[in-house]
Design a protein around this ligand. Structure first.
Ligand code: SAH
Ligand code: MG
Length: 218
């Protein structure tokens, strides 16, 4: 990955260890020639820089969509483990990571490659119609948000495309269950995805059956 962008990714607030970010970057370099990437969970743009760097390197048509309401997940709210008071809007008292996200992407020079979609994952997924070469799910980690992301997104992965899921912890001692139980296991159980790679808590599955837009078997 280009050294200037790696430096920006390192210094951006967020939840993406470097080895996992570099794996995402490498997978995006492979996949972006075949179609767009979509991320669920932009936060301050850390993972989007790894993905956008791949788009910049891969070609002028390459694009990464990133969906977030920018109000934070449950676990980012005041009093919770991953709260950061610097990303609270003093006027509304609500979390707002959009200004920080925008500064990150502008400073990285990735505004042409990274397209922010501002909204709730469920609403955006309900209207989404674009086949994806790479889907990266890193949104809300509660049971319901994870279920909603599973119901809304993986069927848009095109045949041969990749589904990457963050914060997958098969061992409950290492972290929360929903990405593992509500996304990773059901994706494998559907028969439409096979695991191809694991780096840290990142799990990467390839679509081996079905068509983009065709719902996964329950
Ligand atoms: N990928 C980021 C981390 C994402 S944190 C990084 O590299 O650092 C999870 C993000 O998901 C938060 O910004 C939160 O606002 C967003 N999110 C949680 N639930 C959501 C929902 N239902 N719709 C849209 N965004 C959601
Ligand atoms: Mg994560």
């Amino acid at each position: 990955m280009d050294a200037d962008l790696l430096q920006i990714a390192r210094s951006t607030k967020g939840f993406m260890p470097e080895d996992e970010g570099l794996a995402l970057h490498r997978l995006a370099c492979q996949q972006l020639p075949h179609g767009p990437a979509l991320e669920v969970g932009s936060y301050c743009g850390k993972s989007a820089v790894y993905l956008g760097a791949a788009a910049r390197r891969t070609g002028p048509e390459c694009v990464v969509f990133t969906v977030d309401h920018h109000r934070g997940s449950e676990e980012n709210q005041a009093g919770w483990e991953h709260h950061d008071p610097e990303v609270v809007d003093p006027e509304t008292g609500l979390m707002d990571t959009l200004p920080t996200f925008r500064r990150t992407i502008a400073s990285a020079g990735l505004e042409a490659q990274v397209v922010a979609v501002l909204g709730t994952s469920v609403t955006v997924s309900r209207h989404w119609r674009i086949p994806l070469a790479l889907l990266f799910i890193d949104g809300g980690h509660g049971v319901q948000p994870a279920r909603d992301d599973f119901a809304g997104w993986p069927h848009w992965v095109q045949p041969g495309g990749l589904l990457a899921i963050h914060d997958v912890f098969p061992d409950p001692a290492e972290g929360g269950r929903p990405p593992y139980e509500q996304i990773y296991l059901p994706a494998l159980a559907s028969g439409h995805f096979e695991e191809v790679e694991a780096v840290g808590s990142l799990r990467v599955l390839r679509r081996v059956a079905g068509q983009a837009g065709e719902r996964l078997p329950a």
